[in-house]
Design a protein around this ligand. Structure first.
Ligand code: P6P
Length: 338
């Protein structure tokens, strides 16, 4: 491609998804329609987050703005937008959101064959200081055309058809996989389009960064303690890994995906299942890392093999470069042999 051709041959996410759809001749485009509604939600949240500092949207729920209207916290607003966008797509039957204790069962006239699990604004506690935050989502197919039940979403992550995140930072970046690799798109605000900027993302086989909240070290188990020790004081004479921890999962995972290394949120004595939620944090990120050639491990098993029993259950997670996750798997294997 000449530079000019590349500039004018815009690969938007809409075009990309339609290309993917054309690989499934029997497809009626339902999946493309669903994705276009998720993209719409991301564009809205990107706009709201970027204006938040000015519009005092960050305030606690219950604040009133200059018009005296009840101000919604950004995460509540984002949740409302995604639920409405997904229901109006007419392609979903059951929704699970980090913001809602109960699943949303879509009214019969608007039902479709997909289930969506999502965290509408993960890391929103960081927004007041301008740290990147994000939306995380995963898509399952209904088990069969019947009354939607929780069994349709309590599926192992390996059954997901697609997963992705949208990071709201210096730019708005949507990273998605539909099962054939991982692609990244950046929002061009002047066009209102997500343009393909990171085609076919592959995570380096081994990285030089580890990412964990060292403040929890007192409560870690032996395997995590040993692994982090290895990162800081390598025995084989290699140089120590660098510590990078942003404290916003989407930002930490995005850096891991692009630069390599490992992201850890281990269980510990206080919280044996760690902090991150299985359905809409652990599974979508694990799906993406595997699709990019990395791994995702819970301390006991491949993360995507986990079968959730509750909508909001948590799991420890170790994800990132293939070789780095192998190292911690070996330490957990040794620990489980006692
Ligand atoms: P900690 C943000 O609150 C979040 O849910 C994730 O985005 C992030 O990875 C994690 O919690 C950070 O948790 O305990 O290190 O502050």
């Amino acid at each position: 491609h000449s530079a000019d051709a590349q500039r004018t041959d815009l690969m938007t996410i809409t075009r990309f998804v339609l290309n993917e759809q054309s690989k499934h001749p029997d497809s009626r485009g339902d999946f493309s329609i669903l994705l276009s509604h998720i993209v719409l939600g991301c564009k809205f949240v990107c706009s709201a987050v970027s204006k938040a500092g000015l519009a005092k949207l960050i305030g606690l729920a219950g604040d009133t703005n200059v018009q005296g209207e009840e101000q919604k916290k950004l995460d509540v607003l984002s949740n409302d937008v995604f639920v409405k966008a997904l229901v109006s797509s007419g392609r979903t039957s059951i929704l699970v959101s980090e913001e809602d204790e109960q699943a949303t069962i879509v009214e019969p006239s608007k039902r479709g064959k997909y289930c969506v699990v999502f965290d509408p604004l993960d890391g929103s506690s960081n927004i007041d200081c301008g740290v990147s935050i994000g939306t995380i989502f995963g898509i399952y197919m209904l088990k069969d055309e019947h009354e939607p039940t929780l069994q349709d979403v309590l599926q192992p992550g390996k059954n997901m058809l697609a997963a992705g995140y949208c990071m709201y930072g210096s730019s708005c970046t949507l990273v998605i996989s539909t099962g054939n690799g991982v692609n990244g798109f950046t929002l061009d605000p002047s066009l209102g389009e997500f343009i393909l900027t990171h085609p076919d993302i592959k995570i380096p086989k081994k990285g030089k960064i580890y990412s964990v909240n060292e403040g929890n070290a007192k409560n870690w188990d032996a395997a995590t303690t040993k692994y982090v020790e290895k990162c800081k004081f390598p025995k084989d004479g290699s140089s120590p890994k660098s510590l990078r921890y942003i404290g916003s999962m989407v930002a930490d995972v995005h850096r891991t995906l692009l630069y390599g290394g490992i992201f850890l949120y281990p269980g510990d004595k206080k919280s044996p299942n760690g902090k991150l939620r299985v359905l809409y944090e652990v599974f979508p990120m694990s799906f993406l890392l595997e699709q990019a050639g990395g791994q995702a491990f819970t301390g006991k098993q491949r993360a995507l093999d986990l079968v959730p029993n509750k909508l909001h259950e948590r799991s420890p997670i170790f994800l990132g470069s293939f070789d780095d996750v192998e190292d911690i798997k070996a330490l957990y294997a040794a620990q489980s042999q006692g």
